[in-house]
Design a protein around this ligand. Structure first.
Ligand SMILES: CC(C)(COP(=O)(O)OP(=O)(O)OC[C@H]1O[C@@H](n2cnc3c(N)ncnc32)[C@H](O)[C@@H]1OP(=O)(O)O)[C@@H](O)C(=O)NCCC(=O)NCCS
Length: 183
């Protein structure tokens, strides 16, 4: 089990990662990640330059931190100091205001358990620090990597849903399930 250390600005460190709010300095590296073919594909990115998509997302994530006090983190690989993706919690107005855990990592760091390592920190942040009762996640049916992260985090399939016009699967974990699994 990963142990995470909370820092006062909303950052968290785990064994291999620093999870911290984004700054505009992250934009060039984040554009490169959002421009990877697999990222564009799985996120069903609109037909716009990655620079536009990345800046919109990054500003949205920063706004969430500013106005709500939490949001998706920049994922920093502590070994290299590089930005390797986004991961964390996001308020979802179109899902009755529930909180989603969402994530995307650059191709070169995948399949090393980083999605799950950051995910455990995100769930701990949501349940322990924010006092949430439930955290949900959605993904396209055939995104086995995303579903794998959800399942390794103890989230369970609940229902079919629609998001931005795409059919998705909806997974969730309730506080009681998370507390039971953490024992
Ligand atoms: C989804 C994503 C963040 C997963 O990150 P990751 O660090 O590679 O995931 P992990 O290494 O923690 O893997 C967790 C589990 O997911 C499953 N999994 C991961 N990658 C997989 C793949 N390519 N195919 C099938 N299952 C996969 C496995 O069950 C894995 O556990 P295991 O390695 O013990 O078997 C990453 O693949 C990604 O960024 N994909 C592109 C963007 C995206 O799809 N984002 C999610 C949108 S909903």
């Amino acid at each position: 089990m990963t142990t995470a250390t909370d820092l006062p600005d909303g950052s968290v460190t785990t064994e291999r990662l620093l999870l911290r709010p984004f700054t505009l300095d992250d934009l060039p590296a984040y554009v490169r990640i959002r421009d990877e073919a697999s990222v564009r594909d799985w996120l069903r990115s609109p037909d716009e330059p990655a620079a536009v998509i990345a800046e919109r997302s990054l500003r949205h994530f920063m706004d969430e931190w500013r106005t709500r006090g939490y949001g998706p983190w920049a994922v920093i690989d502590r070994r290299s100091g590089e930005l390797v993706g986004h991961h964390g919690l996001r308020h979802m107005p179109d899902f009755d205001g529930e909180t989603e855990v969402l994530y995307t990592l650059t191709e070169r760091v995948r399949r090393q358990g980083i999605g799950v390592e950051a995910g455990r920190a995100a769930l701990a942040y949501g349940f322990d620090r924010l006092g949430l009762d439930r955290i949900m996640a959605i993904t396209l049916h055939d995104n086995l990597a995303s579903r794998g992260v959800m399942e390794r985090l103890g989230m369970t399939y609940r229902r079919e849903a629609t998001h931005k016009g795409f059919p998705v699967v909806y997974y969730a974990i309730d506080r009681s399930d998370w507390q039971a699994a953490a024992v």
